[in-house]
Design a protein around this ligand. Sequence first.
Ligand code: MAN
Length: 552
Amino acid sequence: MLRKMSAMSLSVLSVVVTILVVEGAIERPRGVPLARASLYQPRAGNTFKCLTTGTEIPFEYVNDDYCDCDDGTDEPGTAACPNMKFFCQNRGHVAEDILSSRVNDGICDCCDGSDEYQQEKIQCTNTCDELGRKRREDLLREKELREAGFNIRKQYVEEGLQNLQTNKALVEDLEKSKEQLTTDREVLEGRKMEVESPEKEAKETHEKAWEAVKAERQAAGDKLKAAQAFEQLDRNRDTYVDTSEMMSHPEFDIDSDGTVSEEEAKEYLEDQERSTEEEFVEKIWPNIKEIYKPPVEASETKGDEDVAPPTATDAVKPPSISSDRKQVPPPLEDIPEGGAPDDIEDEDEDGSEDEEDEDDYNIPTEEEKKTEEEEEEKMPDYDEETKRLIEVADEARRLYDEADKKVKDVESQISNAKKYLDKDFGPENEYAFLYNKCFEYTEREYTYKLCPFDKASQRPKSGGSETNLGLWGHWDGTSNDKYSAQKYEKGQNCWNGPDRSVKILLQCGTDNQLLSAAEPSRCEYQFEFATPARCTHPTPEEYQMNSGHDEL
Ligand code: MAN
């Protein structure tokens, strides 16, 4: 390798090359940790072999502030070779490697100041003792916290184990009582079905009879309406309804041309010129009852002029009413205030009008009509025997429902206990303690809530509804520390984004506490949670390793 040496590096060389760190009895060039000191011993002929390329260079080229080896290993203590590491011994604190580019850059990076040895740019104070003391204090505190937490964890483990056993035993007991309760329920179901059958039969008989009564009433009412319509249509009282009478009713205008033609009238009269009352009630009325309008309604819709005035013949013809025809009360509008006109009021046989008669046309209010109709529509009470059968069946149903509830209760208890048993509460059940508990953390905008092994949520501080951030999913730590994190997923969908989810980072603490909640990515949350369940006992190795005496 062609060695180019600048005037500057030559001037530095005299300073650098002579500096060797003496640690114990082993000498090593600056920036080399004790563990690698042997690699930096001068070889025969006072040479140095580049550590990976194997190129041999004079030993005096090591740390001469010029990069001679292609692998940069000849400059462990200068910034000459890029991307190399400089080792700070930092006695009293923790040894560390820093980037070689930071050597003599005018900034103190190592607490022992060994990275700024030129001292032209800066003179570093050794702060390692101070930092080391602080660090040891922190470590001690952490160790004490871990020990205290670990002691609580031991109780959790015990309780977790007990709960596990209790729940297992509970499920066994509950399964047994479920068997008995299911048998009881079966017996009561049989009894219920036994007594429900005659009850149903009796009820149906009663209801069918009532339906028949209603149908009969309806038919009678319909017949009455048909007879009334016949009478209204038979204006000339000749005991027939004929085409001309039909023609005065605009509702029979089939083609809506404004008049009811004879053909149209005939069509409604079953292709006849006229119809007797019997035929009308039986055959014609069923076809017209939906469209037929009594004269008053017709005059209301079409105007009075549409109703043909009574003819002379009308006047002379005697009213012809079949013997069973009921008296049709006058339309409501025809009754003057204060009662019916004198000429249509009933007279007693003696021709006098008594006070009771004044009520004859007392018009029931809408409400009264409704109540009356409702009364009529109401099915009469069941007979005594049916009532007795209902009572027996009611009691059987009550007993069955009671037994059914007991089975369902026990099923729900089994399912709850199984839910508990199915959960992974950690290698020693140490996290079981957190089941059925919730913890909150409030920040600027929201109060966050975590119910371990159940769900996580968020509630705006200003009020408003809770947002589900996710339901218990799985343990989510690294492959060698699975129980260091949890995942809650499938929360409320984020508009134009994913379903909300939360990662919980667990850390050791003497209290169970939600320490922080953040949303590093939209609708993806991260909580920090401290719990004694996460505290492992500090090992002597950990303590040793952290004491800051790596090289001793
Ligand atoms: C709500 C909260 C926020 C979330 C937005 C997304 O305001 O759940 O945390 O970022 O919705 O729209």
